[in-house]
Design a protein around this ligand. Structure first.
Ligand code: HEM
Length: 428
């Protein structure tokens, strides 16, 4: 199916040989049941014995040490991010046909783009995450969070957190940030469902077609929203970007603005849902630490950083070598795909004392690598953290007796890159 390499998604299969002199592992996969349940045990063993290895089933060179992961993220001249949005598993013809639609043309602008385009677009997109915009958003998020938590508490106990609060809070936050009208939320949520599965999951053909159709519908909506902001600007990120375009069309094209919007719902929605859920699982799983944050809310920002370190919603990220180069003394040819284990780096004993202990008082939790490093460092890091802090402040104040439903088996989503529970049942 004719989707080009320059498009947002490269749908073709990739077959890349192991770098020579590198240990080869035939079993490692983020889709293994044991990894999905708990990636940390398997990663600790690899980090201790073979910190750099080639995962033959995946076709990726895997890096597990903080030092190596951070180095690759910083060396953007040698390792490009152009592969980060490519579906991990090849997409079938039927879904590829849907995405071949002539007007489906999102452009790589941020996470999957290099310079000079990346820096030019990022400079303007940063406006959406400025101190001023965060201050404007803070009360909006807090009000909405309180309403959602009240709805959640009114429906139980027990209550299922992810559907009532976990997905809606971050989704609605991004929609307000870019100025999508509230009335459109139901269809926006419908279109964004399962999109992360398409890229980093393993989906069957029927699901792929459904997701591809939603992606096209969502893209058309982004394009129409940019047009709407040209005629009726509001106080939102899209209108700010449209104003940049009006001043100087070469600074930012309308297609690039729509592409920023398109990418943000990928970048900042479900991952934050998983951040919130993983956070509650960790804090409620350790009663003393939960009671500590209930008694002293000033501990919450530190707890949020430790949650990001200990059980990040993003466990990996990718790069591709753009020239023959080396990392950790392994020669690697151009084209080598690299799997950066953020989860493993966050538990590296060279960086963190007692790394497998969850400790909200840890002094260097913030040295985690869950938001990346270097030129692509997460644009939404402050927003994501603010959402988690507001949620924990609201939950600890409204329901200090909150607890995990006893003996609940938490089932995690099978995903190459993200980690979070399918459902989270709480009681109080
Ligand atoms: C806990 C939640 C989040 C995590 C763990 C996370 C993680 C990441 C990571 C690992 C990267 C790549 C960094 C690199 O390549 O070095 C990234 C990039 C990015 N993130 Fe986030 N993110 C989160 C939330 C958000 C939110 C809420 C938004 C926006 C609403 C967002 C927007 C972005 C964007 C636009 C990029 C690309 C930046 C660029 O390439 O210049 N993220 N994020």
């Amino acid at each position: 199916m004719a989707i080009t390499q320059s498009a947002y998604f490269d749908l073709s299969a990739r077959d890349i040989a192991a770098p020579s002199g590198c240990p080869v592992d035939h079993g490692f996969s983020p889709f293994n049941d044991s990894y999905v349940a708990d990636p940390y045990a398997a990663l600790a063993a690899k980090r201790a014995e073979e910190p750099v290895f080639y995962a033959a089933d995946l076709g990726y060179l895997v890096l597990t040490r903080m030092e190596d992961v951070a180095e690759v993220l910083r060396r953007s001249d040698d390792f490009a991010s152009t592969n980060v949005q490519h579906p991990v598993y090849p997409v079938g013809d039927a879904a590829a046909a849907v995405l071949a639609s002539e007007d489906f043309n999102p452009q790589p602008v941020l996470s999957n783009q290099g310079d000079p385009v990346h820096s030019r677009v990022r400079k303007h997109a940063m406006a959406g995450f400025s101190g001023r915009r965060m201050r404007l958003l803070e009360p909006v998020i807090r009000n909405r969070c309180e309403a959602l938590v009240d709805e959640f508490l009114a429906g139980g106990p027990p209550g299922e957190f992810t559907h009532v609060v976990g997905h809606r809070l971050p989704g609605e936050t991004i929609y307000r940030l870019v100025g999508f009208p509230e009335a459109d939320d139901p269809k926006l949520f419908e279109w964004s469902t399962d999109r992360l599965d398409f890229t980093w999951g393993r989906t069957d053909e029927e699901a792929q077609v459904f997701i591809a159709e939603s992606m096209v519908a969502y893209w058309r909506y982004c394009v129409a929203h940019v047009e709407r902001c040209r005629t009726t600007p509001g106080d939102d990120l899209t209108s700010e970007l449209v104003a940049v375009h009006a001043e100087d069309p070469d600074a930012l094209s309308l297609l690039e603005i729509a592409s920023v919007l398109y990418g943000l719902s990928f970048a900042g929605h479900e991952i934050v849902s998983y951040f919130l859920a993983n956070g509650l699982i960790r804090l409620l799983g350790d009663r003393a630490q939960w009671q500590a944050v209930c008694a002293d809310p000033s501990l919450i920002p530190g707890a949020a950083e430790e949650i990001l370190r200990f059980d990040s919603p993003q466990t990996s990220w990718r790069r591709v070598a753009v020239r023959d180069t080396a990392i950790a003394e392994i020669e690697i040819p151009e084209g080598t795909q690299v799997f950066l284990s953020l989860a493993s780096a966050n538990h590296d004993p060279a960086q963190f004392k007692n790394p497998d202990g969850f400790d909200i008082h840890r002094e260097n939790s913030r040295s985690h690598i869950s938001f990346g490093r270097g030129m692509h460092f997460c644009l939404g890091n402050r927003l994501a953290t603010m959402e988690a802090v507001i949620l924990l402040e609201t939950m600890t104040a409204r329901a200090p007796d909150l607890a995990l439903v006893p003996d609940m088996d938490i089932s995690y989503i099978p995903n190459f890159t993200l980690r979070g529970p399918r459902e989270l049942w709480l009681t109080w």
